[in-house]
Design a protein around this ligand. Structure first.
Ligand code: PXG
Length: 454
């Protein structure tokens, strides 16, 4: 199926390319147990197709697409060539009051892929920045319409929207919030939708819990709709352990937002670009948000880029006042960076050539069956799946939350499979080029590792 993937790539011999560093002292690592890591480092030095290689040349199967981002697999030639050519042609162009042609070309290409109505795109450099941008757009939009009291932002428990102040304010991960003061004022949260007592081992979206969307009515009753700017949710919550929306939940949330004039923001940083088997989760669930954030898969993870898609009416609300004045005082030095735009164009070509934006739908039944074969394996208390996302929840070790999954992560690494863990849930999100044999290897390695745990 893939010219350069995966059969040929799997066999690619990998010579060790990068030496291990002399010292690990200076680098303060992000979202990492720094002391644990530096005592027993895990280094990656090369990547191609479905695999990484360590500096010593050990092959590692990538079960998580880097970090939910390398959707087309690693080192795809079109993307590599596009970045190299762009770096040689023009390294940087100022994005304020200036532009370069590829930014416009990319924007036009992207809005061909988004659900009808989301036809404006604003560029950022990460998911976190895309989220801040969307939250500011929502508040600014209401003010531009003369509805400036709508400033309240509603997130959801167990939501993840990056690490900046807006994102952690609407986010619902206590560990990411508790150390950083009062955050933005006025925000509130819907309850999360995770309910193992009713939905354990659901295949695809769970049956029970659509009524949890009515939590928005509770917050409207408490705060009044006239104070609420927007609700932001991940269609499928990734970082907090692959939490799927109950059947009908997102439609109901959309209806309640419409009833009260509240904007609905989908954070599609993980679900965007084919992860669920449709280009976006909005297609998959047939619910169109007013604003949609993306990052990661937009460039196949090769160059940092994030983006916000907006409905025409949101954009147009800003387009008032004198024409020489800036309408939306927001943007980043690296918004629409030429290398990111080139990488994104190469990525979209690669997705199109290989049919990757819908391939997860083809592979989902195989993936689902393989994952659910883990039911009954020691310590497994739930298996969840949608498209090419899987969650395997484990019984925590008493008094040591997160340790069982982290130990499994370390042991899988030793056995040549890269997985991701959050709390006591293992998350899998392989590149969308994954084949049956890779799925077998991931799942059998996890099963062996769990059976071996005491
Ligand atoms: N929104 C969502 C839904 C995300 O998943 C972000 C925003 C932030 O994106 P940036 O590019 O600023 O990191 C994310 C990021 C994990 C994991 O293990 C997930 C993310 C980041 C790090 C780890 O689940 N997602």
């Amino acid at each position: 199926m893939h010219k350069d993937d995966p059969a040929t790539l799997a066999a690619t011999p990998a010579a060790p390319t990068a030496a291990a560093p002399q010292s690990m002292d200076a680098f303060w690592m992000p979202f990492t147990a720094n002391r644990q890591f530096k005592a027993a480092p895990r280094l990656l030095a090369k990547a191609k197709g479905m695999h990484y290689w360590t500096p010593e040349g050990r092959q590692i199967l990538d079960g998580i697409a880097g970090l939910w981002c390398v959707n087309a697999g690693h080192a795809r030639p079109k993307i590599v060539e596009a970045i190299a050519a762009q770096a040689a042609e023009m390294d940087f162009a100022p994005p304020f009051n200036m532009a370069h042609p590829k930014a416009f070309e990319l924007a036009e290409r992207l809005v061909q892929l988004t659900p009808a109505g989301l036809n404006k795109v604003f560029f950022a450099n990460s998911g976190s920045e895309a989220v801040e941008t969307a939250l500011k757009m929502a508040i600014g939009y209401h003010r531009a319409r003369g509805d400036g009291a709508r400033t309240r932002l509603i997130g959801r428990e167990r939501g993840y929207h990056g690490v900046n102040f807006g994102g952690i304010t609407v986010g619902g991960i206590v560990g990411n919030r508790k150390s950083f003061g009062p955050l933005l004022p006025g925000a509130d949260h819907l309850r999360h939708t995770h309910d193992l007592s009713k939905n354990a081992y659901a295949r695809g979206v769970p049956e029970h819990g659509a009524e949890l969307a009515d939590d928005l009515e509770r917050l409207v009753a408490l705060h009044d709709a006239s104070t609420i700017a927007a609700v932001i949710v991940e269609p499928v919550a990734g970082s907090t352990g692959v939490l799927l929306p109950p059947k009908g939940y997102l439609k109901r949330l959309r209806e309640i937002c419409d009833k009260h004039g509240i904007l609905l923001i989908f954070d599609e940083v993980i679900t965007g670009f084919g992860r669920l088997g449709s280009p976006f989760a909005a297609h998959h669930f047939d619910v169109t948000p007013d604003l949609m954030t993306v990052a990661k898969g937009i460039t196949n993870g090769c160059v940092p880029m994030g983006a916000v898609f907006a409905k025409q009416a949101i954009h147009d609300a800003f387009m008032t006042g004198p024409e020489h004045l800036i309408e939306f005082p927001h943007g980043y030095t690296y918004s629409s960076h030429p290398l990111a735009c080139a990488a994104a164009l190469g990525t979209l070509d690669t997705y199109a050539e290989d049919g990757l934006l819908t391939r997860a739908a083809t592979m989902a039944p195989v993936f689902e069956n393989a994952l659910h074969s883990l039911r009954g394996v020691p310590h497994v208390i739930d298996v969840r799946n949608i498209g090419l996302v899987g969650g395997i929840e484990l019984q925590p070790i008493a008094g040591q939350p997160g340790k069982r999954a982290f130990d499994a992560f370390l042991e899988c690494w030793e056995r040549g499979v890269l997985i991701r863990t959050t709390g006591d849930t293992i998350a899998l999100s392989p590149p969308l080029i994954v084949e049956n044999s890779h799925i077998d290897q991931m799942v059998s390695t996890i099963a062996d590792v769990l059976k071996q745990q005491g």
